[in-house]
Design a protein around this ligand. Structure first.
Ligand SMILES: *[C@@H]1O[C@H](CO)[C@@H](O)[C@H](O)[C@H]1NC(C)=O
Length: 255
């Protein structure tokens, strides 16, 4: 019974791995090109909204450089794209967001930071976020927006809860709320900063980044995790999933 449960839980990451390599072969995250002298150690084709994340992480200093690529949802490239880390939950509420958009139709793409405190409208100006954010920039390529930034995480951080999103409108210089389709609501998960295979595993409980007590009871934020698992069960199976993936990788290496 336990073995069966482990196998069932293990299958989504395995499927994700196959999907990710298929996407790479078809020009997924591996096909993304950046301006000269910008490159990243890792990339992942995110499972929703056609988005990709590229990143370089220095675990010792906590420095995280990212490039997030996605297509704004509006006609003719209108709208916005966003990538965020949520240090207190796994959904939108609490997300420390980087959002790229044209503040005015003829203006170049700019990046704002938002401390997403709830589901109310966003402001035109940035609000302070929990991480020092530098090197913020954005450009457009082939109908997609590329959002760049560098975040100062706590040194030693290994896993974060990420949330990403696209919207179709910018009004008065501020991003307007996104659609609430399944894809939009499921655009979140854990990011393994080392680039390990579980980069896109469903988010279980919020990361207890500083070794504090589990904030799980207040951390449901944006609703159920993509797998629909309860946070506690997802947490308890994560070690076996790691082991299975390692075994599978070893097995494939032998073949
Ligand atoms: C973000 O908003 C929350 C809720 O209002 C607040 O507790 C927190 O201090 C804010 N973070 C920053 C960096 O201002």
């Amino acid at each position: 019974m336990v073995a069966l449960a482990v196998l069932l839980v293990a299958s989504p990451p395995m499927a994700t791995m196959r999907a990710a390599s298929a996407a790479a072969a078809a020009g997924g995250c591996e096909g993304d090109k950046f301006p000269a002298n910008q490159s990243y150690a890792h990339c992942a084709a995110l499972p929703y909204l056609g988005a990709r994340l590229h990143w370089t992480h220095d675990a010792r200093t906590g420095s995280l450089s990212v490039a997030f690529v996605a297509k704004p949802a509006g006609a003719g490239g209108a709208g916005w794209v966003s990538w965020a880390i949520n240090p207190t939950g796994d959904g939108m509420k609490g997300a420390q967001a980087l959002v790229a958009f044209r503040p005015a139709p003829s203006a170049p793409c700019a990046v704002r930071t938002y401390n997403v405190t709830g589901y109310g409208p966003f402001t035109a100006n940035s609000t302070a976020i929990a991480f020092k954010a530098t090197d913020l920039a954005a450009d457009e390529s082939g109908g997609e927006v590329r959002l760049y930034g560098k975040l100062q995480l706590a040194p030693g951080t290994q896993v974060v809860n990420q949330v990403w999103q696209v919207g179709s409108d910018v009004t008065g210089g501020a991003p307007v709320k996104h659609a609430f389709a399944k894809e939009n609501l499921e655009a979140k998960g854990k990011l393994q900063l080392s680039g390990a295979a579980l980069a896109m595993a469903p988010a279980p409980a919020p990361a207890a980044a500083n070794g504090g007590s589990s904030p799980a009871k207040g951390g449901s934020g944006g609703g159920a995790s993509p797998s629909g698992e309860k946070p506690s069960s997802a947490t308890s199976v994560s070690a076996p999933v790691f082991m299975l993936l390692a075994l599978a990788a070893g097995f494939m290496a032998i073949l």
